[in-house]
Design a protein around this ligand. Structure first.
Ligand SMILES: [Cu+2]
Length: 593
């Protein structure tokens, strides 16, 4: 028997062979199972990997949405406060559309001018980075949109978020109603876990006579700022309610036991406004699109024209009442006791209404607040004003500890001092260092810069200040006037380094050594107040080429020259125009000089 035969007949071998076979088969199955599993897992992971890869490289572009809309501007009769008048409206509605977008989105908005007067739209607080021609200042960044003309505003919101608004920048026009709210939602809002819901309170002063008529009178010798007749909250006011007229009130609903974010915007042309909510304190979390540290709680909020705040309010379970008054008062700029004549209604009211968690029908209870009668509000507001610590004090607000909110420091700071005062009476004008600003007509400073002064940043126009890329600029304003002035800078947020009170006098050779700058955690915003007979110092960094206006947001004062312009990085402005081929798209009349 040869070995092979022996082996093939050997039972022992047979049994080993079978066992090995079975083991091998099992091993094969296991290996096959593992391989198939790996293949399935890999196939499953590929799309996730690709999606993550795309998200990493392309996250902003992928999520960008375009807000498309058309605004038809025209006159329209309405009675927001029980007094009927003609208002300049968008799409024949009393309340202009609120623009809601997410951070990074693109705004693509067509304006059709169906009114009989020129129009521009400014986007208050939007930096217009890489869209410097979209800032909406007539005679500066564009010629105005004439009657029957159409204009497209298109720009990216970039990395901005928060509470903004838009308004006409032509003449005093936004006081007739041409204004609305713009909210840029931040998907990484650091406060988002603290509130369940949000609402908007758009506050404004309100005139019963169209403002272009009042403006003609204002430009007569010896006239003071026209005083508003009433005020509105979300387009609703209460004027002459006692004459058997039923008044309406805006209602803001809040679920018991929850916290709500209120975005509060003063869209006045003239008045500073104080706001209180009976029995509730407000935690301030945002100022002009900038997050605050969230440590400031107030009972009264004070807003100058153009300013915005977000506050958190909580519907306490232990509160018995279902409704509370939200009260606002418009204040003249001189001081509180220099009041209006008796025909003026400075107060407006809205209602904060509690709803139960299981109650989805918000209209089920339309009751009015029972506590703190309407007649009691002057006392409450006066008390708030005289008691400083429960007031929102602009200078004391502290921004969130974000790197991009930190004030830039440098040994090479360019400082400009402007003495601001009102002079003359025929009519009077506002002057910065003895110059007053006049808007160019039928041409723009941008086109003058591009076509006339090709080699120089200097424009031969009063109050145009050339600054260069990466300059750190300190602006000192001495307000030589009995009124406070709310200033707004386009194209930038600014750090408020010092804000004097009336008793502290001006910034000058003899006082500057005593003035201490807050370079630790100064408030960073776009609209701020210069107190009467005093000074304010703010800083910004030139990182946004464009022509940016600094002006008083008491809009009457802008009509009499209270503005100046920074010509920022003139060479980059010219490059922007060539790169975007804009030289052909400026309205034709802008070339005619
Ligand atoms: Cu002013």
């Amino acid at each position: 028997m040869n070995l092979l035969n022996y082996l093939s007949n050997n039972r022992l071998f047979h049994s080993i062979d079978r066992t090995t076979c079975i083991l091998t088969m099992k091993l094969w199955h296991i290996l096959l199972f593992i391989c198939v599993s790996i293949v399935i897992i890999v196939i499953g992971l590929i799309p996730i990997y690709l999606r993550n890869k795309n998200l990493k490289s392309n996250s902003i572009e992928q999520n960008v949405k375009v807000y498309n809309n058309t605004f038809r501007i025209g006159w329209f009769n309405a009675s927001p406060d029980n007094y009927e008048r003609s208002i300049l409206s968008i799409n024949s509605k009393l309340i202009a559309p609120t623009i809601f977008v997410n951070q990074g989105d693109i705004i693509n908005l067509t304006i059709i001018n169906e009114s009989l007067e020129p129009i521009t739209i400014h986007w208050h607080g939007l930096l217009q980075m890489n869209s410097l021609d979209m800032d909406g200042v007539p005679g500066v960044t564009q010629c105005s949109i004439e009657p029957n003309e159409t204009f497209l505003y298109k720009y990216k919101t970039m990395n901005q978020s928060g509470t903004y608004w838009y308004h006409s920048h032509y003449s005093i026009q936004y006081g007739d109603g041409l204004k609305g709210i713009l909210i840029i939602k931040d998907l990484n809002d650091p406060f988002q876990y603290l509130y369940e819901d949000e609402d908007i309170l758009q506050l404004t002063d309100w005139y019963h006579i169209p403002l272009h008529i009042l403006l003609r009178t204002y430009l007569s010798p010896g006239m003071l700022d026209p005083v508003p007749d009433s005020s509105l909250i979300n387009g609703i006011g209460q004027f002459n309610c006692t004459l058997n007229k039923t008044c309406s009130y805006y209602r803001s609903f809040i679920r018991i036991g929850t916290t709500k974010r209120l975005r509060i915007i003063n869209t006045s042309v003239y008045a500073k406004i104080t706001l209180t909510i009976d029995q509730h304190q407000m935690r301030i979390i945002e100022a002009d699109g900038i997050y605050l540290d969230g440590n400031k709680y107030v009972k009264t909020l004070r807003l100058n024209p153009g300013q915005r705040y977000s506050v958190l309010i909580t519907a306490n379970k232990q509160y018995i009442s279902q409704t509370y008054w939200i009260r606002t008062t418009i204040h003249p700029f001189v001081d509180y006791n220099n009041q209006y004549n008796s025909s003026i209604q400075p107060n407006a009211y809205a209602i904060l209404q509690y709803i139960n968690n299981n109650n989805n029908d918000m209209n089920i209870n339309n009751s009015f607040p029972s506590i703190n009668s309407l007649n009691n509000d002057d006392f409450i507001i006066n008390q708030s004003i005289s008691n400083g610590e429960i007031f929102s004090d602009e200078f004391g607000l502290i921004p969130m500890n974000y790197e991009e909110y930190k004030v830039p420091k440098s040994p090479n700071i360019r400082t400009f001092i402007f003495d601001s005062k009102h002079q003359g009476s025929n009519p009077g004008y506002f002057y910065f260092n003895n110059e007053t600003f006049v808007h160019p007509i039928n041409e723009t400073l941008l086109s003058l810069l591009i076509y006339k002064n090709s080699s120089s940043a200097q424009l031969s126009w009063p109050l145009t200040i050339p600054i260069e890329t990466n300059d750190i600029i300190d602006i000192i304003i001495n307000n030589i006037d009995y009124a406070s002035h709310p200033f707004h800078l386009h194209g930038h947020h600014v750090w408020i380094l010092a804000q004097g009170n009336s008793s502290q006098g001006y910034f000058n050779q003899s006082t500057y050594k005593q003035i201490i700058y807050n370079q630790q955690n100064p408030i960073y915003r776009d609209t701020f107040t210069v107190n009467p007979y005093s000074y304010l110092v703010f800083r910004f960094k030139a990182n946004n080429p464009g022509i940016w206006m600094l002006h008083c947001h008491n809009d009457w004062h802008l009509q009499v020259g209270m503005a100046l312009l920074f010509i920022e990085s003139s060479q980059l402005i010219k490059q922007y125009y060539l790169k975007n081929n804009l030289t052909n798209s400026i309205p034709k009349q802008c070339y005619h000089y």
